[in-house]
Design a protein around this ligand. Structure first.
Ligand SMILES: Cc1cc2nc3c(=O)[nH]c(=O)nc-3n(C[C@H](O)[C@H](O)[C@H](O)COP(=O)(O)O)c2cc1C
Length: 266
């Protein structure tokens, strides 16, 4: 049904719980996988269907500041995976040399190369010009401009999320990867994919059949994320609680593996 025909102009409006349930089942099925069946031949039209979903996302000022490069070449996938893996290895080495406050869990970023659906997410920072600011660098403009960078990132995230849900609806598992901070690693990827220098690589969007059964990770309950009318201080965490929470996340590996909620959240 075309949702445009569902107006609130007369008393015939009725919510559609069945459609909500269908959406919730896709949302619940979206579980991060970190190893895919590399031998699976991803149909090109599945990549296109996922991209059609990405294109439907809302964005600030309808700027649609995203672009996607679908990588099909195995050597290119390996090269990009190598950038993520070597950056991660450098962080792990620094961590083990005692330069961090807590242990860093290890992830196998070489496994990125095995993703049958392998898409590099690209952002166009120039699209902040689409936002109705002064764009004159003035004192009045600067806070607005800083906010426009956030709007850009939020917009790209909305598009990427739509793509993840579409891939999930097709039956795939997905992996959202943003752990790339070094400029040289980004530059290598940009060169390899002939991405214009004005644009920025933000993440990878990976999908395919998972090698292992994907088990949902813990999620906060509704009461923990929702306040009515005024902020419910039961859900405000002190710095100590946040510290304990992060420590437990790393301790029980709940980022990388299915885990139970940290103690004070239960
Ligand atoms: C913006 C964003 C960035 C992420 N970056 C990474 C990443 O760099 N590496 C990684 O292994 N997982 C990454 N993830 C996946 C999260 O670790 C994962 O979503 C989280 O642990 C919750 O698990 P779930 O996706 O199974 O619900 C990212 C997810 C999001 C939304």
């Amino acid at each position: 049904m075309n949702s445009l025909v569902r107006t609130g102009q007369n008393s015939s409006f009725a919510a559609d719980p069945a459609r909500y349930d269908a959406l919730m089942s896709v949302l619940r099925d979206r579980v991060t996988a970190r190893a895919f069946n590399a031998a699976y031949p991803m149909p090109r039209d599945h990549i296109e269907l996922v991209m059609d979903a990405a294109a439907q996302a809302p964005s600030g000022a309808n700027a649609q500041p995203w672009h996607y490069v679908a990588v099909t070449n195995a050597a290119t996938k390996r090269m990009i995976a190598g950038q993520f893996a070597s950056e991660h290895a450098r962080r792990v080495a620094a961590n083990e040399a005692g330069r961090a406050r807590r242990a860093l869990h290890r992830l196998d970023y070489e496994a990125l190369a095995g993703a049958p659906g392998f898409i590099v997410v690209v952002l166009d920072p120039r699209m902040t010009w689409a936002f109705p600011g002064l764009m004159d660098g003035s004192e009045l403009d600067q806070p607005y401009h800083a906010n426009s960078e956030r709007i850009l990132l939020q917009s790209v995230a909305a598009s990427v999320m739509a793509a993840h849900l579409a891939a999930t609806a097709l039956g795939y598992q997905t992996w959202w990867v943003s752990a790339l901070g070094f400029d040289d690693a980004r530059a290598a990827i940009v060169r390899e994919l002939a991405i214009p220098r004005d644009l920025r690589v933000t993440d990878l969007l990976l999908f395919g059949p998972s090698l292992e059964p994907a088990t949902p990770r813990w999620k906060k309950e509704r009461r923990q994320i929702l306040s009515w009318d005024k902020f419910d201080m039961d859900n405000f965490r002190t710095v100590e609680q946040i510290d304990e929470w992060i420590g437990e996340l790393h301790g029980n590996n709940a980022i990388a593996a299915p885990g139970s909620p940290p103690k004070h959240i239960r």
